[in-house]
Design a binder for this molecule. Structure first.
Ligand SMILES: *Cc1c(COP(=O)(O)O)cnc(C)c1O
Length: 382
């Protein structure tokens, strides 16, 4: 992979920074579009929260995908990037009045409503504006996703969605409201899911729930969550969209005329991005060597927050391999990217790539330790 990075040109920009390879992004999007083209009732919304870099967003919106937002700021970012308003969905357990009003003013495709209280507020705000709010109910399907505990969302112990037992009652309430158009059911069981049986279990649950209803809703939204290969990115640059969509195609029983919506984030942008960082120091510890980078958990928090693993490469050395703990400069013991990593011999000034960092990387950066936020660049800018 070394050859794919324009290392000589990296010297022109300040490290650390995010590097997005648009040929990988394009191939990813083309793969999705190729499959979805066979299913005219399938609609893919890109989950903005995975990466809201304006250049990345513009790229994805141009490709014709819709947007999945979880805040007013994301709705604004989606609109700025040119996503059509009738392809914007809005989820979140705690939508503020201002955020709901923003969605109503623009007439977004759908609010994914997560509680009865929220339903009342949306109806009230829609009434004040004399508009109709198009909504789906986010149902908590109590389906376990086999992934890190911090990123499961579809268990009854999680804060997300409406309990299944309450579904029919709350649907009846919505149907009686003057400024609500109930159009769908929404689900999202978690993130970085690689076991297709988890999605099959979601389909089975949706089939059960639909059987209980005596109305047919316009759409079903199954959320996102398809995982990527963090360990061997080069072998699986394109996530397994074939199996993913096939799982829904073969397990989910859609009603006549129903559309099926997906909200994919990580699987669209994860593999196209790398965090590029320079080695500040190589420090000999009592029993091991530390490669100390100018990037830290403020730039990429996934290892510290989710015990996530990113494949790390030394882009500027071909010397014999040695083992290093790769760490950042932040005053936190959890500021470790990975331990005992085998790397070509490291020296001060070497450039490292932390791979598969396109999702939940740049967007989760913080200014802790008064550090500047990392910038993001497309390959086409070099
Ligand atoms: C985060 C999120 C997604 C995207 O999840 P990925 O794992 O990145 O695909 C989709 N829908 C909702 C409601 C989300 O919160």
């Amino acid at each position: 992979m070394k050859g794919f990075f324009p290392i000589n040109k990296f010297k022109e920009v300040t490290t650390p920074f995010y590097y997005y390879d648009t040929s990988i992004l394009q191939k990813t999007i083309d793969t999705i579009k190729g499959i979805v083209a066979k299913h005219p009732n399938y609609h893919v919304h890109y989950a903005i929260k995975a990466n809201a870099n304006s250049k990345v967003l513009a790229y994805i919106s141009k490709a014709g995908l819709g947007a999945d937002c979880v805040s007013g700021g994301e709705i604004q970012a989606a609109l700025n990037a040119g996503f059509p308003v009738d392809k914007i969905v809005f989820a979140g357990v705690g939508k503020s009045d201002e955020e709901i009003k923003l969605g109503l003013e623009h007439g977004i495709f759908c609010f994914n409503v997560e509680s009865e209280e929220e339903l009342e507020v949306i109806n009230q705000l829609a009434k004040e504006k004399d508009v109709i709010a198009h909504i789906a109910f986010r149902i908590n399907p109590n389906v376990r996703a086999h992934t890190h505990a911090n990123i499961t969302t579809g268990l009854s112990e999680n804060k997300f969605g409406i309990n299944m037992e309450d579904m029919e009652r709350i649907i009846a309430r919505a149907l009686a409201m003057g400024n609500i158009a109930l159009e769908g059911l929404h689900f999202h069981i978690g993130s970085q899911i690689l076991i297709m049986d988890d999605f099959a279990a979601l389909c089975n649950r949706i089939n059960e729930l639909q059987d209980k209803l005596n109305i047919t809703l316009k759409h079903i939204n199954v959320g996102g969550g398809l995982g990527i290969d963090y360990d061997n990115p080069n072998e699986h640059l394109i996530p397994d969209f074939e199996s993913y969509f096939e799982t829904f195609h073969s397990h989910l029983k859609l009603r006549e005329g129903q559309t099926l919506h997906f909200e994919l984030g990580r699987s669209i942008v994860g593999q196209c991005g790398s965090l590029i960082s320079k080695v500040l120091y190589v420090k000999q510890g009592s029993s091991k060597k530390f490669a100390i980078l100018d990037a830290g958990m403020t730039d990429l928090i996934r290892p510290a927050l989710y015990q996530a693993h990113h494949s790390i490469e030394n882009l500027t050395s071909d010397e014999a391999e040695e083992e290093y703990d790769v760490v950042g400069p932040i005053c936190e013991s959890s500021d470790v990217f990975d331990k005992a990593v085998t790397l070509n011999k490291v020296k001060r000034g070497d450039y490292f790539a932390l791979r598969s960092a396109g999702a939940y990387g740049e967007i989760m950066a913080s200014g802790y330790n008064c550090r500047p936020l990392p910038k993001g660049y497309l390959d086409t800018e070099f």
